[in-house]
Design a protein around this ligand. Sequence first.
Ligand SMILES: NC(=O)c1ccc[n+]([C@@H]2O[C@H](COP(=O)([O-])OP(=O)(O)OC[C@H]3O[C@@H](n4cnc5c(N)ncnc54)[C@H](OP(=O)(O)O)[C@@H]3O)[C@@H](O)[C@H]2O)c1
Length: 436
Amino acid sequence: MRVVNVGMLGLGTVGTGVVRLLAENSSIIEEKLGARLILKRIAVRDTKKARDIGDGGWEITSDIDSVIADPGISIIVELIGGYSPAREYVLAAIQNGKNVVTANKALLAFHGDEIYAAAERAQVEVRYEAAVAGGIPVLSAIKGNMCANRFWTVLGILNGTCNYILTRMTREGADFAAALKKAQELGYAEADPTFDIEGIDTAHKLCLLVSLCFGTRIDFKEIHTEGISSVSSLDIDYAARCGYRIKLLAIGKRHGNLVEARVQPAMVPMDDPLAAIDGVYNAVRITGDYAGTVMFSGRGAGMAPTSSAVVGDLVAVARNILTGRGRRIAPLGFLDGKIATLPVKPVGDTISKYYLRFSVADRPGILARIAGALGSNQVSVKSAIQTSKRVGEAVPLVIVTHEAMERDVRKAIDMVESLGITSQRVAMLRIEDDLA
Ligand SMILES: NC(=O)c1ccc[n+]([C@@H]2O[C@H](COP(=O)([O-])OP(=O)(O)OC[C@H]3O[C@@H](n4cnc5c(N)ncnc54)[C@H](OP(=O)(O)O)[C@@H]3O)[C@@H](O)[C@H]2O)c1
């Protein structure tokens, strides 16, 4: 039986899953590949750490160079995570002529251009299916069978931690802090959850999806990113009363030669299939001009689903090696010279209905002053709900607007906040009635 040797950097959650999957499913992989994938060397930080992976004949080392320079290894799997030293290791592996498989969205969102250019020069493959939505093979679909489409929209629920927290807040009426604590107890959230709850992880993934779908580079800093830490159980409650669920959405759209890319908690109509994606599940919905709208959902993280995506990439690269065809597909699906740099639509230009929650004193005349501030900024009120449910000294006043430009809504909010009638920052959520 022919053999393809693999070197791996990192043996944490995903690395351990890859080792187990390659061992447990070796026969099914061999039946499909006609060759054996052999994990030859694995680099870690601490070689003394106990690891529950049995003995498969590999060498575990802290000497990275001995892995990425091994002439017998043709594929390097990077599962260290983060920007550096992962960037340096990946570039060194490419310079050594190795194909690379990674699950590292942060690395590619920031250093993708540099890595893809190096891979083109070396004519090696870079695959990263596991970097977006874990076990869901959405990148393969975009680059593969759906490649003949022009894509106009890509939407995603891409972070299981946020989706778990919002689901718990919806189902149990928990507040944000309690739902986050539960997520941490269950291992769904890191001890420092900032990257997840502030939307940064979702924005990393959106960056990759936008490039793949629209064939454009996008500067990560240009993605407008908001997280879920300011979503309150009151907002969840009002959303439900109005027929919506709150989800952290990644939204990518192409408008001619302009790209829209934003990550925001938003109200999604309850009858939209995205509203039904609950708990740690992820979903990606893409609209192509010929395929129409296609939605993928499944487990977006965790040892088993993520290692499924990593090993799927390994098999794809190994097939090319075995057939002697070299790389058949550029990392973004488009030929390297065909990637554009389209401008990003300013978030202030977004037109949507808005949900606004004001914490105000229960006094006559307040609603009129708020409506006046909105009206003077071209924002018209569709409906208003005020309850006598007190939060401290204040009562929540909820206003749903007609379609308005975000820039105007923000100006109106600033104006209201300057009137001295609110006791907290105004909560604002977009109502995404018109998702493709
Ligand atoms: N976990 C998931 O569900 C998931 C899902 C999708 C994508 N990903 C991505 O997959 C990648 C790996 O995630 P993970 O959860 O498996 O991470 P992890 O559990 O923290 O494991 C990281 C591994 O990298 C090793 N490492 C760290 N720095 C190193 C260095 N300088 N030199 C050599 N080895 C080093 C660590 O070695 P020691 O073991 O010696 O400490 C550890 O084995 C990340 O890019 C992550 O974003 C993860």
